[in-house]
Structure formats: structure tokens, C-alpha cells
Design a protein around this ligand. Structure first.
Ligand code: ATP
Ligand code: MG
Length: 365
């Protein structure tokens, strides 16, 4: 089949690396040239997400459309909802919800899920009294990633300072959230197939450094009941969105209770461990789901760790990978990005084993 994807970064690259051996042709579309996806054989269209002319041509070329990036302009997503010629998996509506933190949290609440208390802050609503106890995190309503566009607000004075500059750009909107003093962060990576079947390996535990994912530990060290509940909530969410493909759902765990934070309508950084968990990777499952295949019936993922490699001290990290790669339990995945900038995700390393077994050097990557 001809698979088309909006976005051309590392997630598209890893989808492409699974799609080609399965006999598919892989097409990517984004404004960026020489993209990570193109580097591994994706046929690249370089055009604006807003160009209906290029977009139509792209849709005419492919058999099915998917995404590796959720911040596609809303008008483009509305256009994709209207057109009926090319199937779109996951549905564009899932992205419309995921890219607006207020719509997203409201959707969770409609489904009866526990979330942090929140308030939709606009110029108009900023005159109202807010009953959420401090401290807060204020997040830009759209386009946040890796904690970008977030500020912590400890008290009324901080909030006053925040408001002084908050609406300098016309139309700025935010979500105020109560800070959840969680004990752990976990996520669910699941793939829903066109027949409604779901493949999910259970929760993975995640540690962040400076708001960027640092380490994932599979399986998550949480009670089995909580693990089953997180799978159930994520499955309910997928069903409510008529989702097809792989998605990531992030939770906070506090006092044995699950708080839904957000979901990503695409393969997720916390699911990269699946590439070396000795079962099917999240990208393989995504490709199988969007191309109309049936799910595998026997999956036996093994304990795996994933560590992100950022642009900070990149050369040193590469030296460490050379040492670790002498042991066949380590696997390196670099994205081929041109420039290493601090905070930029350059690649990741997986370890086929547990925290007790891993070489301490792994933590220095
Ligand atoms: P990413 O792209 O990395 O998923 P993001 O910018 O979309 O991040 P969030 O996932 O909402 O934003 O927040 C990033 C991190 O900030 C969370 O993983 C968590 O560690 C912390 N965080 C966010 N919201 C809260 C909250 N309400 N209470 C406590 N911590 C929070
Ligand atoms: Mg997040």
C-alpha cells in the first residue's frame, strides 16, 4: 500500500523503517527538507500544511493517511474530515482534541476520568476568581511539547506577574492546572486496529529531566490493579475517539490513584522501548493497524529500558554508546538530525533488561 504521513520527523522515520519491509511505499509531507523520514527512504513532499493544492495532490497519491505530528493546523484537519476519498487513521478529530488542552481535559472529564483541576484562561476569563488552590502550572493551550510554554505559579503574586504579559499576543489562551504531587508518571502505549481490537503491553514508567523525557522503564513498577486500570482507561479513550493506530496516554500516579494528563495521537516517545522488547514495536503495530491488517494474537514483551539521547553533550553520549554496544543487550537508534542542539532529541538507546542489570554508564547518556 501507499502510506502517507503528515510530519517527517523521527517518528515518521521509525514508521517508515517498519513499513518498507512490510511491502509498503512510504510518503511523508511537511514543510521541512531533508527530513529524518526522507533519510530512510520516505518519498518527501515539501509543502505547507495549509496548501490545499499540495495536500490534495498528496491525498491523490496515497491509499491511507496518518500522522506523526499532532500540531497540524486546525483548518487542515477540518478539510481532512470533510474529504471522503482517502481514509485517515487516526481520525482527524482525535488530533483536534489532542492539540487543544482544554478540549482534551474536557473530553477526559466527559468520559468520567480523574484529571488535575483546570481552568481555561483567556483575556475575558482572566477577570474571574479561580478556585484552584496554588501551586499551579500554566500551559499554553496549543503547541506545547517537552514542557515548552509552561510556567509554575506558586501564589497570587506570581499570577499577577504572569497576567502582565499574558495577553500581549492577541488571542493567547492557556490552561491553568493544579499541580499534582505525583509519586510516579506512567504511560500506556496502545494500538487499536480497524476491527476494534487493541494491542497493549501495559504501563511503562517514565522519568523526566528538565521537563523532557529521560528514562522509560518497562514494565512499570506499579500494582497490577493500577496497571489494569490504566489499560482500561486508555482503551476507553481510544474507543471514544474511534481511534485506529498507535497512541500514547500519559498518567500521574498519586496515592494509588490515576490522573489523566494528556494523550498523543501517534506513536509516543515513551513507547520507543517496544523496538527492543522482543515483541512488536509500536511503529510496526501502527503500520499494521492503519493498513487494515489484523492484530497479532501472541505478544510477549520482555523488560526493557529506554534512555533518550539529547543534543546536550552529544559527543560524550556517542562515546558512551560505543562502550555499551559491546554488549548485545544494548541497541542504538539515532535519527540522523543535522545539528545537535541542547534539548533536541537526537536518538535513544534501549537496554534489553532491568534497572538492576543495566550498566551504570547507561544513566550518563
Ligand atoms: P510532552 O510533550 O513531553 O508530553 P507537554 O509539553 O505536552 O510535554 P505535559 O505532558 O502536560 O506537557 O507536561 C510535561 C511534564 O510536566 C509532565 O510530564 C509532568 O512531569 C509535568 N506536569 C505537567 N502537568 C502537571 C500537573 N498538573 N501536575 C504536576 N506535574 C505536571
Ligand atoms: Mg506530556
Amino acid at each position: 500500500m501507499k502510506l502517507g504521513v503528515l510530519g517527517s520527523g523521527q517518528l515518521g522515520q521509525m514508521m517508515c523503517l517498519e513499513a518498507i519491509p512490510l511491502g509498503h511505499e512510504f510518503y511523508c509531507y511537511s514543510p521541512d527538507q531533508n527530513s529524518p523520514s526522507q533519510k530512510v527512504g520516505a518519498r518527501e513532499t515539501v509543502a505547507s500544511y495549509e496548501s490545499s493544492e499540495h495536500l490534495k495532490k498528496f491525498l491523490d497519491t496515497i491509499d491511507v493517511l496518518s500522522f506523526e505530528f499532532e500540531n497540524i493546523p486546525k483548518q487542515t484537519l477540518e478539510f481532512l474530515k470533510q474529504q471522503k476519498d482517502t481514509p485517515v487513521y487516526p481520525p482527524a478529530q482525535a488530533l483536534i482534541i489532542a492539540q487543544d488542552r482544554f478540549l482534551e481535559k474536557s473530553h477526559f472529564r466527559k468520559l468520567g476520568f480523574r484529571t488535575a483541576e483546570y481552568f481555561h484562561l483567556t483575556k475575558d476569563s482572566s477577570k474571574f476568581e479561580i478556585s484552584i488552590p496554588f501551586p499551579w502550572i500554566i500551559k499554553t493551550l496549543r503547541f506545547g511539547y517537552d514542557g515548552k510554554g509552561q510556567v509554575k505559579i506558586q501564589n497570587r503574586t506570581d499570577y499577577k506577574v504572569f497576567l502582565e504579559n499574558a495577553f500581549q499576543n492577541v488571542g493567547s489562551e492557556y490552561l491553568i492546572e493544579e499541580v499534582i504531587p505525583f509519586q510516579k508518571e506512567i504511560s500506556i502505549i496502545l494500538t487499536r486496529f480497524q476491527n476494534g481490537d487493541i494491542v497493549c503491553y501495559g504501563a511503562v514508567e517514565n522519568e523526566h529531566k528538565h521537563h523532557i523525557l529521560d528514562l522509560s522503564i518497562f514494565p512499570a513498577r506499579i500494582p497490577i490493579g493500577l496497571n489494569l486500570e490504566s489499560i482500561e482507561l486508555a482503551s476507553k479513550l481510544a474507543l471514544s475517539l474511534q481511534y485506529v493506530g498507535t497512541m500514547g496516554v500519559e498518567f500521574f500516579v498519586k496515592d494509588n490513584l490515576l490522573y489523566l494528563n494528556e494523550f498523543a495521537p501517534r506513536p509516543h516517545n515513551t513507547g520507543h522501548y517496544t523496538q527492543d522488547c522482543q515483541s512488536f514495536s509500536q511503529f510496526y503495530l501502527h503500520v499494521q493497524a492503519i493498513s487494515g491488517n489484523t492484530p497479532p494474537s501472541d505478544v510477549r514483551p520482555k523488560p526493557t529500558l529506554m534512555k533518550n539521547i539529547l543534543g546536550n553533550q552529544y559527543e560524550e553520549s556517542l562515546e558512551i554508546t560505543k562502550e555499551l554496544l559491546k554488549d548485545d543487550r544494548y541497541r542504538l537508534h539515532l535519527y540522523g538530525k543535522e545539528e545537535a542542539k541542547p534539548g533536541r532529541k537526537m536518538g535513544h538507546m534501549n537496554f534489553k533488561g532491568t534497572l538492576e542489570e543495566v550498566n551504570p554508564l547507561f544513566h550518563e547518556l
